[in-house]
Design a protein around this ligand. Sequence first.
Ligand SMILES: Cc1cc2nc3c(=O)[nH]c(=O)nc-3n(C[C@H](O)[C@H](O)[C@H](O)COP(=O)(O)OP(=O)(O)OC[C@H]3O[C@@H](n4cnc5c(N)ncnc54)[C@H](O)[C@@H]3O)c2cc1C
Length: 388
Amino acid sequence: MVVFDADVAVVGLGAMGSAAAWRLAERGVDVLGIERFHPGHVQGSSHGQTRLFRVACLEHPNLVTLARRSRELWEELQARTSTPIIRITGGIMMGPAESDVIRGTLAAAAAHDLPVTHLNRDELVSRFPQHENLLEGTVGVWDPEAGVLHPEAGVIAAVAAAREAGAQIFTDTRVGDIQLVEGGVRIQTPARVFMVRQVVMAAGAWLGKFLPELPLDPWRTPMTWFETDASTTHSFTLEDFPVFIRAVTPDNWIWGHGSADGFGVKVGPDRDPNFVSVDPDSIDRGISPHDHELVSMLVSHAIPGLHPEPAKITTCMVTQTPDGQFLIGRPGGDPRLVVAGGCSGHAFKHATGIGELVAQIVTGDDTLIDTAFVDPNRFLREEKSLAS
Ligand SMILES: Cc1cc2nc3c(=O)[nH]c(=O)nc-3n(C[C@H](O)[C@H](O)[C@H](O)COP(=O)(O)OP(=O)(O)OC[C@H]3O[C@@H](n4cnc5c(N)ncnc54)[C@H](O)[C@@H]3O)c2cc1C
């Protein structure tokens, strides 16, 4: 007779996995979580002090409900810890009316009747003078529910909440091999084998190593912080220079936010030719001038009050899918397997909501949003398989 170590295992306790373990444990599911590093580490996709939080999600209107539920859950985690996790300041999306930034933001706002405010170019120039050289025809959409999240604190708090709710947590434990076997899943780690009925695969940039048939492309994506230029009179506090996304060319945008206690001004490009595919086990974490070539050029043109040479750079990873939407669901419909990944550079804000979605999928309950647009089966023609 098979002896199960738990009903469900979550592999990878980063943004999505820590939240999934928490939401499963909160529902009374017997769950264990396994993480190869330590919660809040800097090797994956969930480090670097801040992430943008937005509700008028330009990537897909269905994400609005997920973002709002995620905010509630981030606030719940924040209330349990003395560390700030989420700060709502409002955020401004800018670009020509026909740009993806504006069209996507307005589509999300219209689908959910969000309380966004429209700004014309003159209003943008007077309210956000740090942004110079706006593209021809630029307009603004103010999302009052936007802000910043603190990713390391969020992950650490979710793991702690999972543990408090009864999850068994194994850190510094690398899962080597996973096999779907009759009636369950066999998970191999260096010290022992775990047997569970279902596994949630939330291994971030490493997910494709277990599920190579999923179209997951881990990119090396440096993060850059800037200091104000000595000559500027503009303020770059988070309050005066809030969260923004701004179209800077017809096919690229920059994103960022101002500084507050404990973190600095951050600006990054959506696309950069230097975002290259990597093997997450051998990513080059060294920094070279190429890492800031494009962003420095964009900053000097678009936000000249900042010194274009970054004050700090660190490497991170985005796991891209072909359509830029996440992968959440059961590949091949297998009742033993749920995946949560394919972050495509915009999933941190949704991670707690994704954790809840995963818990609903695992337990077979109704999901809080229609998941067709993130269902991994949109890319699969054949049955899934697991490889180590
Ligand atoms: C530069 C940059 C900027 C971004 N900006 C934003 C933003 O502004 N807003 C936003 O919402 N999102 C943003 N994102 C995206 C967001 O950070 C990611 O969507 C999110 O962090 C991904 O979470 P994850 O759980 O998929 O991966 P991770 O948090 O990396 O978690 C995966 C975990 O799996 C573990 N793992 C892997 N293999 C194994 C194994 N074999 N055994 C055990 N454990 C394993 C890893 O150690 C890791 O802890 C940004 C990302 C980057 C890189």
